[in-house]
Design a protein around this ligand. Sequence first.
Ligand code: GDP
Length: 306
Amino acid sequence: MKIVDIISHFKDGLNKSRKNLADKFELLFHYSTNKSDFLERLEELLILSDVGVLATSEIINKFSQLNFKEYKENNFISFKKKLKDILIDILNSNTLKFNVNKDRLNIIMIVGVNGSGKTSIAGKIAYSLKKESNNILLVPADTFRAAGIQQLKILADQAGVEMINAKEGADPASVVYDGISAAQARKKNIIIIDTAGRLHTKINLMNELEKIKRVIQNEAQEYSLEILQVIDATMGQNAIFQAKSFNKSLGVTGIVLTKMDGTAKGGIVIAIKKELNISVKLISLGEKLNNLYDFEANKFVEALLD
Ligand code: GDP
C-alpha cells in the first residue's frame, strides 16, 4: 500500500498516545532527582501505556545502563533518542510487511473478535488494493449476522469491488468454497474473506475458522494465504490474550491494529511484538476507507514520541 504523508496522519491519529507517553516521559526526565527515582517512574509509565511486562523490563534494563546524571546535564533530546532507538529495535526485529504477490492468487482471511473492526478492515484493504489495480473479490463469511453481510456489501460498493452473495445462516466454509471457485473463474488476484468473531473463548468459533482454512488449503491453487488478526487497540492487555488464542488455532501471519486514534495506549504495539513476535502489518487510524496504513516502526515511533 502506498504511504502518503504518513507521519502527519500518524501524528494526528496518535495524538492521545503521544500526549500520554512523550509528554510524561519528558516530565519524568526533568523532575526525577536521581536514576533510581527515574527508573521507577518510567517503569510505571510504560506499564500504564500498555507496553507490556517483557518490553518494559528490556527498556528499564537498557536505561539502567545509561549515565543519567550526564544526560541531565546535557540535553533531553539525546536521552529521548535512546528510548526511540530501543523501541525501533524491538519493533523492527523479524518484521514482515503486508505484501501482495502479483503472480498468484492472494487470499486474505480477516479474523478477530466482534467489534474489533474486521468488516471495516476488509473494506479498507479492498479500497487500498483496488487503487493499485488489483482484481478483488470480497467474501462475506460472517454469515451469523445478516447485518454483517450488508455492511460488507456497502463497503464493497464504496470501494468499487465485487462481493459474492451469501445468505444469513449459510455455512461459512461453503461460502468460502464458492468464493474461491468464483475468484478462480473470474480471474481475480485477491480474495478478502470477512469472518465471524463471536467470543474467542467459544471453541466452536475456532473450529469454524479452522474449517475455513482447510477449505482454502484444499480448494485454492497457486495461492498465498495471509491470516490477518484484527485487534482493537483500546482493548489493552486483553488484546494479547486474544492474539494468543487465534494464533494457536490458526497461525496468524500478521496483525492489524484498529482504533489507534481512540486510545492513549499506543504502547500495545510494542507489547504485541515483544510478547507474541507477530508483526503488526497494518494500522487503522479512523473510520474512513482511507484511514488504513502500512505499519512502519520508525515512523510510528517518531509520531509517538515527537
Ligand atoms: P467487526 O464486528 O469486527 O466486523 O467490526 P466493525 O468493522 O463492524 O467495526 C466496529 C466499529 O468500530 C465500527 O463502528 C467501526 O466504524 C469502528 N472502527 C473500526 N476501525 C476503526 C478505527 O480505526 N478507528 C475508529 N475510531 N473506529 C473504528
